[in-house]
Design a protein around this ligand. Structure first.
Ligand code: TYD
Length: 140
């Protein structure tokens, strides 16, 4: 199964423009209760971010302006995708190594998170991440 899991949000657009509303508890638009929202913007040219996994945290990343490239890695496979659409959220499950690259100058990456910020939930060393990953061939 692909690591790239998109959630499509309804755009409530009219002749004035577009609007997306995300409400807690709505029809599984986001498959967890949102405890935190943050956004990444004004990322310098050539700067990459992320380079970590979370033990428990789940996130949905939405590129509300501009674009960036997301690399997802579950320790068995590595996939990448471009985020550039405000009506599409990329679901990032727990225990997924993520890297963000190629931010456009105008990129605003909005992230919905299932938990409050907790540094103890981070795995910031790729070797530590790989040591915790269960290989596909021994999963039940
Ligand atoms: P960091 O996790 O390094 O960002 P990225 O993974 O996108 O490269 O976070 C940068 C700083 O911001 C770091 O000092 C932790 C802090 N931070 C918070 O205080 N709260 C948050 O919700 C997030 C995501 C980061």
């Amino acid at each position: 199964m692909s690591l790239v899991k998109w959630i499509n949000f309804q755009s409530l657009g009219d002749e004035r423009g577009s609007l997306v509303a995300l409400e807690i508890g709505m029809e599984k638009a986001v498959p967890f209760d949102i405890k935190r929202v943050y956004y990444i913007y004004h990322t310098g040219q050539g700067v990459s971010r992320g380079f970590h996994a979370h033990k428990n945290l789940k996130q949905v990343a939405i590129c509300v302006a501009g674009s960036c490239r997301m690399v997802l890695d579950d320790g068995n496979t590595r996939e990448e995708t471009r985020l550039s659409c405000p009506t599409k959220g990329l679901l990032i499950e727990s225990m997924i190594w993520r890297e963000m690259h190629d931010f456009s100058e105008d990129c605003v990456l909005l992230v919905l998170a299932s938990e409050h910020y907790d540094e103890r939930d981070y795995i910031r060393c790729y070797a530590d991440f790989m040591a915790k990953v269960v290989p596909y061939d021994i999963r039940v």
